[in-house]
Design a protein. Structure first.
Length: 419
RNA sequence: GUGGUCGUAGCUCAGCUGGUAGAGCACUCGGUUGUGGUCCGAGAUGUCGCGGGUUCGAGCCCCGUCGAUCACCCCA
């Protein structure tokens, strides 16, 4: 029989590494929660139209990386390739924009893109994101960036940098685009590059070939086209970042793959990773909500790649001395099969009264059972034989110090009532 | 989607110019008649990714395929 394997390019996390994944994800989410963001739990598949209209049909993400399928009712559905479009759809559909603005939400979950897999690039990957919707206020731009930066610092990451730029409003974008296209048309480029430029001329800015870098050195920069209003807002964001001592560099050549970005746009890049070095990114989107049929409100948000942040943490050795913290207070061992039913009952009662505990299963020798107690990470262990059942007293062993103290079995749960 | 590299025990890997597999770690048991972490001893474990070909003989050579990985591309 053919051995089953996971679909190509998906990431999965199982013990013991899953605890690092969980730690990373929780740290990212915690940063959002502590800044007033609330949970938004959304479907992993949406009407295909949502992404075509929201993300943009000419983007690579939409044109060649979507998992699209037809359901039994003939509807075209797509596994979400990113989070913002779904959030906007839900905000519009559920009239959240009628509430006090800004709406501040976070989300976490799996996203899907049919790309060729690579370390840090998976077909199913995990993101934690936030969105602050309804107001165009540079203080919010700063807040969103700070929420991400705070999370990275909390994790202990050091080798990453923040790059920011402003894409201005749609008017400045079109006039810049016109000049950029004119500039590019005077360059001597190969066919593939011309095709790339036709789709999105900005892409040539981050082409890695040195000859293209040279050719693009004098190309018109979007930052020079900013309206007074955009420029002022962008300057404000920089001021706020500086006074918060969040280091950043302005990268006027930054290119983002999703069409909806306007205004402040940013990327967090780790230099401990390979080609897939972006650990998070985001920006403001002015026209998205209106494009999707809602009121014309601005918003800003980010998406952080949990897989990549985990990889970056590991590359920086942050988990080398990570203390495996078990949730268990107590691990109970039945000395022989005769006491197993008693222990099983006891464990069940302790769990009922809120004690986190586990027991030795199977019929292993005491030495082996103690080993599982050790591995479980439980703070205390207790061995129960006929003597203990008869006397009603058990030795509670502190697994760290090795010392034990006598405790009544009937009041065992009292020992763990500390919190 | 394009190109390069790799695939041997649960993990990390060794395996000579082709002669039908090994180490360390982990695991199980014992040394210690009812107490883990250290130490010592013993034991179990492989369709050599999968399919085909060349050969008397393939882990090793050839082709295909699947997967991982690196770069391009793209982006979280």
């Amino acid at each position: 029989m053919r051995e089953l394997q996971a679909p190509k390019g998906v990431s999965e996390y199982f013990p013991p590494r899953s605890q690092y994944f969980e730690f990373v994800r929780e740290t990212l989410i915690d940063s959002a929660r502590k800044s007033g963001y609330q949970l938004m739990e959304l479907p992993v598949f949406e009407d295909t139209e949502l992404f075509k209209r929201g993300v943009g049909e000419s983007t690579d993400v939409v044109s060649k990386e979507m998992y699209t399928f037809e359901d039994r009712g003939g509807r075209s559905l797509t596994l979400r390739p990113e989070g913002t479009a779904g959030v906007m759809r839900s905000v519009i559909e559920n009239h959240l924009d009628k509430l006090t603005l800004p709406i501040k939400v976070w989300y976490s979950g799996a996203f899907f893109r049919a790309e060729r897999p690579q370390a840090g690039r998976y077909r199913q990957f995990y993101q934690v994101g936030i969105e602050a919707i309804g107001l165009n206020d540079p203080e919010l731009d700063f807040e969103v960036i700070a929420v991400a930066d705070r999370a990275f610092k909390k994790l202990g990451l050091k080798s990453y940098r923040l790059e920011i730029t402003s894409l201005g409003d749609s008017k400045t974008r079109t006039s810049h685009r016109r000049d950029l296209v004119a500039y590019i048309s005077n360059l001597n480029l190969d066919e593939a590059t011309v095709a790339r430029a036709a789709l999105n001329p900005l892409r040539l800015f981050d082409d890695k070939r040195p000859e293209i870098q040279v050719a693009m050195a004098k190309a018109p920069l979007l930052l020079d086209y900013l309206s007074a209003e955009s420029a002022e807002s962008f300057a404000r964001v920089q001021e706020l970042l500086a006074s918060a001592e969040i280091a950043f560099t302005i990268n006027p050549r930054m290119v983002r793959g999703l069409d909806y970005y306007t205004g402040t746009t940013f990327e967090f890049v780790s230099d401990k990773l390979g080609a897939q070095s972006g650990i998070g990114g985001g920006g403001r989107y002015d026209g998205l909500m209106a494009e999707l049929g809602g009121s014309d409100l601005s918003g800003i948000g980010f998406g952080l790649g949990v897989d990549r942040v985990l990889l970056a943490c590991e590359a920086e050795g942050l988990f080398d001395s990570f203390e495996i913290k078990s949730d268990l207070d107590l691990f109970i061992i039945a000395l022989s099969p005769a006491e197993k039913a008693f222990v099983s009952n006891l464990v069940n009662q302790l769990r009922d009264s809120g004690v986190a505990c586990d027991m030795a299963y199977g019929d292993r020798a005491l030495k082996g059972a103690m080993k599982s107690a050790d591995k479980s990470g439980a703070k205390y262990s207790a061995v129960i034989g006929l003597d203990e059942i008869k006397s009603g007293i058990v030795a509670l062993k502190d697994m760290k110090s090795g010392e034990s103290k006598e405790v009544r079995i009937s009041t065992l749960s009292e020992e763990f009532k500390t919190n």
